[in-house]
Design a protein around this ligand. Structure first.
Ligand SMILES: [Ca+2]
Ligand SMILES: [Ca+2]
Ligand SMILES: [Ca+2]
Ligand SMILES: [Ca+2]
Length: 461
């Protein structure tokens, strides 16, 4: 620290000042002292900032390591779950304030049935609970909250291979007018972020009120136009389309043990007959196949087979794993009717807004009953269920982990969004995106938790 007296003495030593000169010297001394003190303060401040920066850098590095740790942990978890293809119960894995050395991580989840989005929820989330951008029709896309007919048309034009402009859509001819100009992709979406390239993909449509994509209503998302984003201050989180869209959902079209399924539509009905006889007995097999009739090739979903054949819910549990209506290796874009929010279910043919709410209300609090898609018949009439059938599943093979972490003293906040695909048998990260830039997404409760925690440090973003 700078010593004023030393400086004063140093200046005094320049000569024996007269009274007049003494005054001038004092001013100079003050100046010099002030300058030196200022420099010392600046120097100290610089040191302090550098120290803090180093401290933050250490914390951020720790948070980054926690995110890597979380990634390995989740891959291990998904590899070892007791019930594959089902979203693991949050009680069986670490998802909130999980320690990794001096760091901690959280998995930003989504409110499930019966919960509200007022505070942040923790856990893995389900990509099969979303609408697949590469499968959804224009009509289905238009049902999404905040979607416009123009963007829905632009999505179809973006992914279809032709250059024929849909009504209100956008092809290369439109994208070449932009600055910088680019071509329409004319093939499938590889990420949801590609939406940002589309004409009509306004920020408000993509994000809605959920500016930090955490599925929870943060204060700035419920204060009107006081702070961004713009919102309607109604106490509800009105999400944009990013919340409801995926490109990852697909199921392996094999039984859980890896063996081939039986294709109901194939022209070898004796294989189906034999399987039903072995599993459900001669009488039931005969009754079911008799009810379905000879036009097996027209059956568009396993659910439709249940309906036309009068298959009971108990029988469905026994046979669902073995049946399919396709020879493809994977089935892309099925929506998990057990986990999808009403906003997604409402987009599906035969369901719509009213049935979507009823399906969510029915499934709330139930687990065993939801093992096969047959349960939707408790809500949907048969005709509606037949329309919805080709889009429904009760399985999930892609899980997203939205990992937020802080280092020591609650500093160095980092966030990364991962998608894990288990459809090949081995959990694989198929997508990773840094979300640190979206700002604090763990809500005020976690902020308080960290502030009062062992570190007691403040949170520096
Ligand atoms: Ca096109
Ligand atoms: Ca939010
Ligand atoms: Ca606002
Ligand atoms: Ca709102």
């Amino acid at each position: 620290m700078y010593d004023h007296r030393t400086a004063y003495q140093a200046v005094s030593a320049m000569g024996r000042p007269t009274r007049r000169r003494k005054g001038a010297v004092l001013i100079i001394v003050l100046w010099i002292a002030f300058a030196l003190v200022s420099m010392a303060l600046m120097f100290n401040h610089g040191m302090l900032m550098e120290y803090r920066a180093a401290d933050n850098a250490v914390a951020a590095a720790q948070a980054g390591q926690a995110i890597e740790g979380a990634q390995r942990y989740i891959a291990y978890l998904l590899k070892n779950v007791e019930e594959p293809a089902r979203l693991p119960d949050v009680s069986i894995y670490a998802n909130s304030q999980a320690p990794v050395g001096e760091a901690q991580f959280w998995l930003i989840g989504r409110a499930t049935d019966g919960e509200t989005a007022e505070t942040v929820t923790f856990g893995l989330t389900d990509e099969a609970a979303k609408l697949n951008l590469n499968i959804a029709t224009r009509e289905m896309l238009e049902m999404l909250p905040t979607m416009t007919p123009e963007l829905a048309a632009a999505i179809i034009d973006w992914r279809d291979s032709d250059s024929d402009l849909s009504p209100d859509g956008a092809e290369s001819q439109n994208y070449l007018l932009r600055t910088p100009k680019y071509l329409c992709k004319d093939s499938a979406f590889e990420t949801v972020e590609e939406l940002r390239l589309l004409i009509g993909a306004e920020w408000e449509i993509l994000f809605g009120e959920d500016a930090n994509l955490n599925g929870a209503l943060d204060p700035n998302e419920n204060d009107g136009d006081d702070t961004p984003p713009s919102d309607d201050r109604d106490g509800q989180l009105d999400c944009g389309i990013l919340e409801y869209l995926t490109v990852w959902s697909r199921e392996p079209n094999r039984r859980e043990d890896g063996s081939a399924r039986i294709n109901i539509r194939s022209n070898q009905p004796q294989q189906l007959q034999q399987y039903l006889q072995e599993t459900l007995g001669q009488d039931r097999a005969a009754a079911i196949l008799g009810a379905v009739g000879p036009n097996l090739a027209n059956i568009r979903s396993v659910l439709e087979f249940y309906i036309r054949g009068g298959v009971t819910a108990d029988e469905a549990v026994q046979i669902e794993d073995a049946l399919t209506v396709s020879d493809s290796q994977y089935t892309t874009g099925l929506v998990n009717v057990n986990t999808a929010p009403a906003a997604v279910l409402a987009c599906l043919p035969g369901i719509g807004v009213e049935f979507a709410d009823q399906l969510v209300a029915y499934r709330t609090g139930k687990t065993d009953e939801l093992y096969t898609v047959a349960w939707v018949l408790r809500v949907l009439d048969e005709e509606s269920a037949i329309q919805a059938g080709p889009y429904l599943t009760t399985r999930t093979y892609q899980y997203s982990a939205d990992v937020a972490a802080v280092g020591r003293f609650g500093k160095g906040y980092r966030r990364a969004f991962f998608v894990f695909d288990t459809s090949t048998g081995e959990p694989t990260v198929v997508y990773r995106r840094d979300r640190t830039g979206l700002g604090w997404a763990l809500g005020s409760d976690v902020r308080d938790q960290i502030a009062s925690g062992s570190g007691g440090g403040m949170i520096v973003r």
